[in-house]
Write a protein that binds this ligand. Structure first.
Ligand code: SF4
Length: 306
């Protein structure tokens, strides 16, 4: 059982983790109204992302498809977990594409809850969303951050990549030693590496592959570097590394605050390993400034400094 420190003994949030509150200056409230009005979910809200004021203020968001209930229960994740009540909504792709068009997005990031209860694990819905986006916004690029498609990986990859997203992303989340403890028995570290390797092989076009690592769950910096080495060995192009924030007292406690200098060092290690883009910083999340991550990898700018 997890032992939590008494509140008074918990490490205080350091200065570099402070974020600004939503304000009426930017587009925050317009985005909120649009998304709620279209009955769409975002991981920005569902996962309590600390960057929501910045991202929504700039008019961007990351859509979360396939409902608001996840069939897994990772120990760091705030997204609602349980038995989903509804089948995938066939009108969601259209609503999402319309919302993306109204927001004027040029790079659209779409993720989902895990749907182990659905026959194709939600792969067909990801493909439908991608096709709807490309029909509505022919010039936009699409980034899909998918679950592991447990037990149906090959067929799911064929389906999803058949819609030709520009970026295929699957988060490895943590280092090998902690993976099972944090993600449960259904998820697998080697399975995540396999999915990322097969995505490039199955695609048949130059898809960018991408993954994210959470720091502060009990790993060491050397273990993160070892994970990056394994990710490069399967051809991953883009990696993000950001600080874990405990979303509630029921979730696993923060093990450490990773200092910005450590993130800088991790970024340098990633650069030396040959990633097209490494975003590493306290508030970095997989979808944080995702358009810039893609641009960095596409143009060979490489590592972007924070
Ligand atoms: S970093 Fe991603 S999840 Fe967080 S607010 Fe921005 S777009 Fe949403």
């Amino acid at each position: 059982m997890e032992t939590s420190l008494p509140v008074a003994d918990r490490p205080r949030r350091p200065e570099w983790m402070k974020v600004r509150a939503p304000s009426a200056d930017g587009r925050y409230f317009d985005v909120k109204k649009l998304i709620h009005g279209a009955s769409l979910n975002t991981v920005c809200e569902e996962a309590r992302c600390p960057n929501i004021a910045e991202c929504w203020g700039k008019g961007t968001a990351t859509f979360q498809i396939l409902g608001d209930t996840c069939t897994r229960a990772c120990r760091y994740c705030y997204v609602n977990s349980g038995k989903p009540e509804h089948a995938p909504d066939p009108l969601e792709p259209l609503r999402l594409a319309q919302a993306a068009a109204q927001m004027g997005l040029k790079h659209v990031v779409v993720t989902s809850v895990d749907r182990d209860d659905v026959e194709d694990r939600g792969a067909g819905h990801f493909a439908a969303v991608t096709r709807a986006l490309k029909a509505k916004l022919p010039d936009c690029t699409v980034e899909l951050l998918t679950p592991d498609f447990l037990g149906d990986e090959e067929r799911a990859l064929t389906t999803v990549l058949g819609a030709r997203p520009e970026v295929f992303s699957h988060n490895i989340e943590t280092v090998r030693r902690l993976h099972r403890r944090m993600r449960g028995a259904k998820a697998s570290y080697d399975g995540a590496l396999h999915l990322l390797r097969r995505a490039k092989e199955v695609a048949g076009y130059p898809v960018l592959t991408k993954t994210g690592i959470i720091a502060g769950l009990g790993e060491t910096n050397d273990e993160i570097v070892e994970t990056m080495r394994e990710l490069r060995a399967v051809g991953v192009d883009v990696v993000t590394i950001g600080q874990y924030l405990q979303p509630s007292s029921k979730h696993v406690a923060i093990d450490r605050w990773v200092h910005p200098d450590e993130f800088r060092w991790l970024r340098e290690q990633g650069e030396a390993l040959g990633f097209g883009s490494v975003f590493a910083g306290p508030l970095v999340r997989s979808s944080y400034r995702a358009d810039e991550q893609k641009h960095a990898a596409d143009t060979g700018i490489g590592v972007v400094a924070y």
